[in-house]
Design a protein around this ligand. Sequence first.
Ligand code: ADP
Ligand code: ZN
Ligand code: ZN
Length: 824
Amino acid sequence: MTIARVIVDVPSRETDRPFDYSVPDSLRDWVEVGSRVAVPFAGRTLQGIVVALPGDAEVELSRLKAVSDVLDAVPPLSEELVKLGEWMSRRWLCPLTVAFQAMLPAALKGRTEKYVSVADDAVFSDEELAEAGALLHALRKDSATQAKLSALLTKFQGSGAHLKRWLKQGRLIERQKVENRLSVKTVLTVFPRDADTLGAGKADIPARARKQREVIEWLEEHPEPIALQELAEAAGTTASTIRSLEERGLLEIRGVTEDRDPYADRDFPVSSPLPLTPAQATALEPIASAIDAKDRKVFLLHGVTGSGKTEIYLQAIQQALSLGREAIVLVPEIALTPQMVERFKSRFGARVAVLHSRLSQGERFDEWRKIREGRAQVAVGARSAVFAPFSNIGLIVIDEEHETSYKQEESPKYHARDVAIERARLSGAAVVLGSATPSLETYEAALSGRAGPDIPHYISLPERVADRPLPGVTIVDMREELKLGNRAMFSRELADALRDRLAKGEQTVLLLNRRGYATFVMCRSCGHTVQCPHCDISLTHHKGSGNMRCHYCGYAETEPKTCPACQSPHIRFFGTGTQKVEESLAHTFPGIRVIRMDVDTTSEKGSHEKWLTEFRERRADVLLGTQMVAKGLDFPYVTLVGVLAADAALRLPDFRAAERTFQLLTQVAGRAGRHELPGEVIIQTYDPEHSSVASVQGHDYAKFTEQELFIRSQLGYPPYGRLIALTFSHESVPMLLSVGQRFASGLKAKAAELGLASTELDVLGPVPSPIPRLKDRYRFQCMVKYRGELAASALVAGVLQGMGEAVKKSGVLTSVDVDPQMML
Ligand code: ADP
Ligand code: ZN
Ligand code: ZN
């Protein structure tokens, strides 16, 4: 008898370990490591993942419960992915099942359904039959399949009491099944028999069944399989008429799986590999040989915008494919535009599967199946595509490796870059981290001279292809503008440059750096700001609806006419939203055609694509937007990039604020002059001396980095130290403080026990979180600062475990973020 070790899908620390089940003979061939199974657990039937099949466990088999079902013919996870999940759970301190769930498409996140059937020996009285006959009839009729309890309860509302009693008495039996949220899409399809059979059959059809004859005649002319629905329409008849032909044996109706292909209606022009420039060839060489040699190596491809990194990715992928191996390409969600997808589809056609969050659940499931079933060899997608179920990966590319969207902000709080490197280690693949502005962590590691499997090999592409120059950058001090009496949103330089582009028919990208620039409401008389009553955060003004909304809990109220505190009428909406810029553009440049891209205009499916196509076809002069206009776009007629409020995010209480600002400015500057026409960049700021703004002028990554790394080393921040952030939340502050303090002193005691100095491990806090209250819960945080080599997560986990019962009883929720990316 076989034993399966199963991680059950209950995301709690208490159940975060494998449970043993016996595997019945009938299922033995189907259960593998990585299989999704249904198992009985605490009186319910739940989904679980098999993580091991131990040969000889020291358990008494008869005492084990049995696996009740295997949910997929092919296991959705491989042994490699199971190992990766175990590693993630240790690395980011999350329950194993949470790590596994992150790897499965949403469609496979099973849910338990209850079914009811009549017990074989059940007897019902005449009275009962009279009262609930319809219910019993339905149950008997469905007995083969079993009826869904929830459906019965809605359909036979009057008989709810009977149902309950009979279930209790055992006259009805309840069974639980784990079902997928979504299944493959099947289309009922008609398969006609051969012409002779049809001909003979037609002769037998009675004269009054005219419709049936017509269907046969239609099929004689069109002998290919056809969807039932389509045939019914084409032949002007009903499905039941066609079914009666099935009974006559003239055709067969079967369900056929159909892929929901989000790109089915798109044609991608075929592209072939470009002859590489000498610089590109030199860069590709070590990557290609690592793939050849199955040498698991990490590369940092540091190339300025337009240096031809993408062409290198494409040819490295080609190399992997030619060796019969697969490739994953991660792209920031926001840059996953049709333009990016097109470059991969054009080169590799149907071998490419695309995974991102704008697809429907069904589409994503079908793309995922293409990968698992070996019909696609290249996966292009956002963060979670790093879990693409390939079995023989040769290459993982992470484009714009510095992007924050690679870190998941909810549990499991993983970073796709780290996952990629670990997955490559498990599978012997090469990793390419590409960026014009690498994260300081990656850059420092690559140039540190340290050796080790995780240390990236540094490859530099300092110039654009075809000797195209990087755009010239002008920095405009908005304080000077104000002194000269210009109160407008646009400096004279930017206004002149815009006018010039309008005259020449060239295009402009305008970035409004709005992070930390909420459109909040403030009273000019008393300074009162309108806050959410449940969260300590300003409400955001939405002009369209005239609503004030909390972006954290969804609370909304109508905008006030007078100040709620002092009744002054001088209440004002602050902040420069994209809407305001749009209005100002229309006012300053009459007739200007503007496309605005922000969360409001891109929430609809496909809107992103629509706007970009419009802009590409030059049906607009200006593309105005937030971060989403800064990444990955490549338009030949864009010759001007303007940045409003470059320094908006610099004052955020986050030690990465300067790094993020520099990266964003460099990215958006890189949108200009990528083709024949040269480009120009104008950056408006109130802080022109700040190195994150000033360094953009000379495209001087090295200079910015040197200064920034110095500051980090002084403060012991990454890459020189590492962080673990813990957030405790509860309705009551004293309770929170006591739990926070117990954690902090517990960890300090542990450190003292191990003889660690405070430079090696330090705990800061508990202090109120940057958002001190959320959804009526107060929040306190502790920050653990430590040296890289220390296994600090394990220490933190140990201390939390030790507090187990006390914390559980107090109702305080703890969330742990290892290597946090967002300090807010
Ligand atoms: P990056 O990804 O570094 O921003 P891209 O790969 O987008 O750069 O390349 C910038 C532009 O140069 C694109 O229009 C691309 O088609 C072109 N390009 C890249 N490599 C070559 C090459 N070897 N020969 C000609 N054009 C190239
Ligand atoms: Zn007021
Ligand atoms: Zn709120």
